[in-house]
Design a protein around this ligand. Sequence first.
Ligand code: SF4
Ligand code: FES
Length: 258
Amino acid sequence: MTAVAENAHDTSQIPAPEGSVTITVKILRFNPELDTEPHWESYDVPALPTDRVLNLLFNIKNYVDGTLAFRRSCAHGICGSDAMQINGINRLACKVLVKDLLAKDGKRTTVTVAPIKGLPTMKDLYVDMEPFFEAYRAVKPYLIAYGNEPTRERIQSQADRERFDDTTKCILCAACTSSCPVYWADGSYFGPAAIVNAHRFIFDSRDEGSEERLDILNDAEGVWRCRTTFNCTDACPRGIQVTKAIQEVKRALLFKRV
Ligand code: SF4
Ligand code: FES
């Protein structure tokens, strides 16, 4: 689907706090009950430099058009709900500050906001995450241990814990997977986030399911589809070295060593 028209809205109802500047927010909107394809709509919004893009979306929703659909929960970069394309880059709307988007030349700032790619758009900025979670579940993202239940906690050295520390930080926002050209081209690829979450357990010294997961990721839709474009690493709001994690899983498969 491609964008076609652009409509402007009366935004005079939005309160303008002292020190605010007006910026133009263009949102790629899509209502499956009315539209055959997405289209851009434009809103002039008063914004403080300390506002996050999420605040602007709320002002549009609360004062201009209550039908604007987007997902969010914590508003603090923790839950991973509000990944979207902001100025063409996958970001969390609750983490992007207006001050970092302001035009340097004093001209009117325009910010574009669109849904993440590669997942079906349900409405406006709200996408169906089910294909993403299906891939996540497929790699068994939980501790697998056989034998008798231990009578005390499973001990792990600091060095062993360090081995997978980076991939524990994932908040399942899908910014990486939805920035991956291989995933756009073929949604059956597991995608970077699923591999990151497999990595988190494959390299956990307490886990006994590494072979099962490596077998799953050795599949045609597994790690070998990765073309190392680094989009995923650039997109990750948690700073996870996503491409490195994928490379480590590839190496574990090649050398049969975790
Ligand atoms: S690896 Fe990063 S970008 Fe990917 S889902 Fe996890 S937190 Fe989001
Ligand atoms: S709303 Fe939770 S991460 Fe942005």
